[in-house]
Ligand binder design. Structure first.
Ligand code: APR
Length: 285
């Protein structure tokens, strides 16, 4: 039977309900965002696991034992070239990646006093570039902001490492000369498999989630622990929303908005009447 002309797709009803909740909830700073690589794909940065386009499907040229080896400390110590070459592309600012609509929405949540924290797995720095204050971002898998010698734990100026990585391996200023200078290989403080997450992750995991009344999980497969345990942290009264291309229902979301996160965000900010987000995005193009 044909649908009546006033039929509203369920997804739109969910987004309208979400917007009404955000507009009418009396509390401030009660929304937590969990972000993954899917929040940045619209910026041109591949995610990790999407079949065919994900980073892990496109590392053949490095002849790695496994794709994840590129973020393994043991492999880095043995053969650092692969990571350094990849880091040349990933380093924030080098490729000029710009925040997506989703990043700008997160920043607007902060500006409107609604964002408690954005826990991100991403190392692209786009949340901060979109204007989210650093104290509102937990970079759970680290960042390129600081660097460390993996042999002796000495801190190294990140800019010196960036220059070395961009200038290549050999010769003065290359990453090999940095190894001599600091007594071992120098790595940006992004979290490799097997390394500890930053202290801020554990601090905010303990302090924040009891205040969380709306959890937005955006663009992540929730494949990597302990980050993937976070959706279990909020109290039972918290509304948990997924915005993701693939369904990960095992995490018990109240609302699963499947598909492109920027499309869902566009409809949500329109329902919220936050036109400034759309204007900011249009102006940035
Ligand atoms: N809109 C919505 N979802 C998207 C979009 C998009 N535009 N693009 C991709 N996705 C979804 C994919 O379908 C996938 O479910 O985002 C998810 C990205 O998952 P992953 O590629 O596994 O990335 P992520 O979850 O961030 O990986 C976690 O794994 O390798 C480690 O440290 C690395 O931080 C990374 C962690």
């Amino acid at each position: 039977r044909g649908l009546s002309q006033d039929f509203v797709p369920l997804k739109s009803r969910c987004i309208k309900g979400l917007a009404d909740w955000i507009l009418t909830s009396p509390c401030q700073r009660n929304i937590i965002v969990l972000a993954g690589a899917g929040a940045s794909t619209a910026a041109g940065i591949p995610d990790f696991r999407s079949p065919g386009t994900g980073l892990y499907d496109n590392l053949q040229k490095y002849n790695l034992p496994t794709p994840e080896s590129i973020f393994s400390l043991d492999y880095f110590r043995k053969a650092p070239d692969a990571f350094y070459e990849l880091a040349r592309d990933l380093w924030p600012g080098v490729q000029g990646y710009r925040p997506t609509l989703t990043h700008r929405f997160i920043s607007t949540l902060d500006r409107k006093g609604r964002l408690l924290r954005c826990f991100t797995q991403n190392i692209d720095g786009l949340e901060r570039l979109a204007g989210v204050p650093s104290e509102r971002v937990v970079a759970a898998h680290g960042s390129f902001d600081t660097a460390t010698c993996v042999r002796n734990g000495k801190s190294v100026p990140a800019e010196e490492l960036r220059q070395a990585v961009l200038s290549g391996k050999e010769g003065p200023g290359g990453w090999q000369s940095l190894r001599e200078k600091y007594g071992g290989l120098v790595k940006p403080d992004i979290v490799f498999f097997g390394e500890n997450l930053p202290a801020s992750f554990f601090k905010h995991r303990t302090l924040d989630f009891c205040k969380c009344q709306l959890l937005l999980v955006i663009g992540t497969s929730l494949s990597v622990y302990p980050f993937a345990d976070l959706p279990r942290e909020p109290p039972g009264s918290c509304i948990k929303v997924l915005m993701n291309r693939e369904d990960i229902s095992e995490f018990g979301f109240d609302i699963s908005l499947l598909g492109d996160c920027d499309e869902h965000v566009q409809e949500l900010v329109t329902r919220l009447g936050w036109q400034e987000v759309l204007k900011e995005m249009a102006d940035s193009k």
